[in-house]
Design a protein around this ligand. Structure first.
Ligand code: ADP
Ligand code: PRP
Ligand code: MG
Length: 211
């Protein structure tokens, strides 16, 4: 690849599943990311570097062109909005679901419900479409605690095995979206450096296919 490409990666569980895909596409960090305090990593692929950041920051870096390409959960993408971004590839990793959930046996009794979530835009949109009056309460983690403490009636959160819900006396209610990690691309970069980015998308698509 002749032009340089910066890829923004979501740290945490997505990173662990992304690295094998990148390796299959011929892109391997020169340092061990898990043992390093660095945030920028050169790779075995000429001109390709990685930045490792929080998922919620990945769409921001890519949208502003600070990174050309990113890997991020569909949940984060739905919450952030897709303006300025292409989403050319489903990487099929970190699969889970966005769901509403409530205490076991919960039934609505008033006109309004209180919903605790870190996905406030998704929640407002979802309940508005259903014609349900929802007061959405922003939290940054441990959503399952909110109904127990009577901070909220329901939560909207990530569900995978359902273990976290069960351990806290809750059950899943409705699926809001199915989630996996996506490759996103800055729209302007896609136009101006089409060849380099398209070849990256193609090799990652082949890596996903082979996985
Ligand atoms: P955070 O610290 O932001 O919770 P995580 O590494 O837990 O970071 O989650 C990052 C992304 O991984 C989420 O945006 C979502 O797409 C996906 N994810 C989160 N929880 C799960 C899970 N239990 N199983 C599978 N994927 C998950
Ligand atoms: C995520 C998510 C749920 C849980 C769902 O938490 O926020 O709490 O996974 O997975 P399950 O259905 O398999 O239990 P995570 O493990 O990422 O912890 P966190 O609070 O540190 O984000
Ligand atoms: Mg988490």
């Amino acid at each position: 690849m002749s032009e340089s490409i910066t890829i923004a990666l979501t740290k945490g569980r997505i990173l662990k599943e992304t690295l094998p895909l990148l390796a299959r596409a011929g892109i391997e960090p020169l340092d061990d990311i898990s043992k390093s305090r660095k945030l920028v990593f050169e790779t075995t692929a000429d001109g390709v570097r990685l930045v490792v950041i929080r998922g919620t920051d990945v769409p921001t870096y890519v949208r502003h062109g600070a990174a050309d390409v990113g890997v991020v959960g569909k949940d984060v993408l739905l919450e952030h909005g897709a303006e300025g971004l292409y989403e050319p590839l489903d990487l099929g990793i970190a699969r889970c679901r966005l769901m509403t959930a409530g205490p076991v046996g919960w039934q609505q009794d008033g006109a309004r419900i209180r919903v605790a979530t870190k996905f406030v835009n998704i929640a407002r949109d979802y309940f508005a479409r259903k014609g349900v009056h929802a007061d959405v309460i922003k939290l940054y983690g441990a959503m399952e605690l909110a109904p127990m403490m009577d901070l909220a009636d329901l939560i909207l959160d990530i569900v995978d095995t359902g273990n976290t819900l069960r351990a806290n006396g809750m059950e899943p209610l409705e699926e809001v979206a199915s989630v996996s990690s996506r490759l996103i691309v800055n729209k302007a970069a896609m136009r101006s450096r089409c060849a380099g980015i398209q070849s990256l998308v193609d090799s990652l698509a082949a890596a996903v296919e082979a996985a």
